[in-house]
Design a protein around this ligand. Structure first.
Ligand SMILES: *[C@@H]1O[C@H](CO)[C@@H](O)[C@H](O)[C@H]1NC(C)=O
Ligand SMILES: *[C@@H]1O[C@H](CO)[C@@H](O)[C@H](O)[C@H]1NC(C)=O
Ligand SMILES: *[C@@H]1O[C@H](CO)[C@@H](O)[C@H](O)[C@H]1NC(C)=O
Ligand SMILES: *[C@@H]1O[C@H](CO)[C@@H](O)[C@H](O)[C@H]1NC(C)=O
Ligand SMILES: *[C@@H]1O[C@H](CO)[C@@H](O)[C@H](O)[C@H]1NC(C)=O
Length: 520
């Protein structure tokens, strides 16, 4: 029992608030002018005013006399007077909530002090009833009813979500007063429009009285239902997806409860209904599988998701292939056909050396011979093929030369020939040493060293299966060639002629412009 008093010190009307707990018997002390007593008090009298306005005397104490109780049955055995004029009321109950007045008669004055006694009673407990089975997002629905039973005064009910108060419009709150017990039962109905995040929210109701005492109901959570808002189609396939592979379509949709059956639209050709599963697998895909795939809800076809599937393929056809034998001077058409699902790149190599462009042969030469290889790439797909080009033909002598040997004494004869397969080279004389270079791109160089003792006519002959060629060269026995001497003589004569012409021209200019001296 704890009394709460207003703070004024000399009030005629005092508000006394007392909290009582059901079934507990307490004695109330109702003070008379906060206990101040004067010596010259002639009489102190306590009376009360009931709710219906009737009043009744409780007790009287005259100076030098004993207390005389004049109360009716309700108070007869429960009232007494303290020495400081306070009224002591035992077994206080709710019906004691009323105004009590103490009248003090002094020698020169009669003063009345009124004390308003309020008896508080906390509710029996808070309970949520008429619970909604489930809440649907965006739909206003009665979530439940909160009852605060038998309280005084009537309490205010606050609904809480996750222990935070919900703003309410004040509707749906009723308070019932029981005139027999004097207690009020308050109910509050919460009409609530759920949101998605309310799925695990804890709802409760609570009250707080003016004494600061709080009461709460137990927490309740609700199943939140909502229809599908998002639908997503996932394509699960090995990368890169090529012909013969498998593709799984996976449809995912939200909602509570979430949908379990879907329609799959396959490339606009066919719609398949899948129940109690959200996947559909296409096996052994081909290039015709490429296209748009969709999934949708069976009961709401507008909820739809789509994805494009591309099956990669790379078909390459090369003509010619294998080994190709051609004659020098022929043409060779190289045909590379590519059928692919996207943009592709082609690169060529000849004997493992990269080529700038696709090879083209309008007139084959021996140097065109070799191993040609292409590589076509499309993403991770690669195709390779090659052909071997062999250029054949009768040998031809390109050059037959003579040179002085390094020591200047001998002659070196050089026979350069072209042809394929590799021609054999033969000379009309035996040299002191013969030397054959490598056979590259159909070319071969053969050298012999001779020591000419007489003027000779030497022939070089080259031959293979396709034919032969011969060339001759004259080798003199002289150390220096006649041709060289002649060239020297011609050079000297031309030099002298040019010098004479320059001198003549200078003299002519000097004579014409005699006034000026010109130095050349
Ligand atoms: C009056 O006296 C009673 C004891 O008789 C005491 O408990 C109480 O505190 C007093 N009240 C005041 C206001 O002085
Ligand atoms: C895959 O499909 C192709 C035709 O598109 C067919 O020739 C092949 O036999 C199929 N393979 C399997 C394993 O079914
Ligand atoms: C070259 O030498 C061979 C033997 O070494 C001989 O049979 C041949 O007659 C010689 N040829 C000439 C042109 O001297
Ligand atoms: C070789 O020929 C040259 C002319 O080309 C001639 O002057 C010379 O006498 C000849 N020598 C022999 C040994 O026949
Ligand atoms: C080689 O000399 C002969 C005469 O000795 C001559 O008829 C011929 O034209 C010469 N050949 C060459 C290529 O100079």
């Amino acid at each position: 029992m704890s009394p709460y008093e207003s703070t004024c010190t000399d009030c005629k009307l005092l508000l006394l608030i007392l909290a009582i707990v059901e079934n507990e018997l307490n004695t109330l002390e109702i003070p008379c002018n906060k206990g101040s007593t004067k010596e010259d008090i002639l009489m102190t009298k306590w009376k009360y005013v009931s709710r219906d306005g009737l009043s009744g005397n409780l007790l009287v104490k005259k100076k030098n006399e004993n207390v005389s109780v004049s109360a009716g049955d309700e108070y007869k055995n429960r009232v007494s007077l303290a020495s400081n004029s306070s009224l002591l009321l035992s077994e206080a109950r709710l019906s004691d909530q009323r105004a009590f007045t103490c009248m003090v008669v002094a020698v020169e004055d009669i003063i009345e002090y009124t004390v308003n006694v309020v008896i508080y009673k906390t509710p029996l407990g808070l309970e949520i009833t008429e619970k909604a089975e489930e809440l649907e997002i965006g739909k206003k629905i009665k979530l439940g009813k909160c009852i605060a039973q038998d309280a005084n005064p009537a309490v205010n009910i606050t609904w809480l979500k996750n222990n935070k108060p919900l703003l309410q419009d004040g509707q749906g709150i009723t308070s019932k007063f029981d005139p027999v017990t004097g207690l009020s039962t308050t109910t509050s109905v919460l009409i609530y429009s759920a949101q998605k995040e309310d799925t695990d929210a804890q709802f409760s109701c609570s009250t707080e009285d003016s004494l600061g005492q709080k009461f709460s109901s137990s927490s309740e959570s609700f199943t939140i239902t909502y229809s599908t808002e998002n639908i997503m189609l996932q394509v699960i396939a090995t990368e890169p997806l090529v012909e013969g592979g498998n593709v799984t379509l996976k449809c995912e949709a939200d909602g509570n409860p979430a949908p379990t059956s879907f329609n799959f639209n396959l490339n606009g050709k066919e719609t398949v209904k899948v129940e109690n599963d959200n996947t559909f697998t296409i096996t052994n895909v081909s290039r015709d599988t490429s296209g748009e795939y969709k999934c949708s809800l069976i009961d709401n076809p507008t909820m739809e998701a789509s994805k494009d599937i591309t099956v990669n393929y790379l078909d390459v056809n090369l003509n010619p292939t294998g080994s190709v034998e051609k004659n020098a001077g022929d043409t060779l058409a190289v045909n590379l056909k590519v059928d692919a699902s996207g943009e592709y790149k082609v690169s060529w190599t000849k004997d493992n050396v990269k080529l700038d462009k696709e090879p083209k042969f309008t007139k084959l030469t021996y140097s065109d011979a070799g191993q040609y290889e292409y590589e076509v790439t499309l993403g991770a797909l690669t195709e390779k093929a090659s052909f071997e080009l062999v250029v054949q033909g009768a040998p031809v002598i390109k050059q037959l030369l003579k040179q002085r040997s390094e020591d200047g004494r001998n002659k070196v004869l050089i026979c350069e020939a072209e042809g394929s397969p590799k021609p054999t080279v033969s000379w009309s004389i035996n040299g002191t040493s013969s030397n054959e270079g490598p056979f590259i791109n159909g070319k071969i160089i053969h050298k012999i060293t001779v020591v000419p003792t007489a003027n000779l006519t030497v022939s070089c002959t080259v031959s293979n299966d396709y034919g032969m060629d011969t060339k001759v060269i004259n080798v003199s026995s002289h150390q220096s060639e006649d041709g060289d001497k002649t060239k020297l003589v011609v050079g000297v004569v031309v030099g002298l002629l040019v010098a004479a012409l320059v001198i003549g021209l200078a003299y002519w200019v000097y004579m014409r412009k005699s006034k000026y001296v010109i130095f050349l």
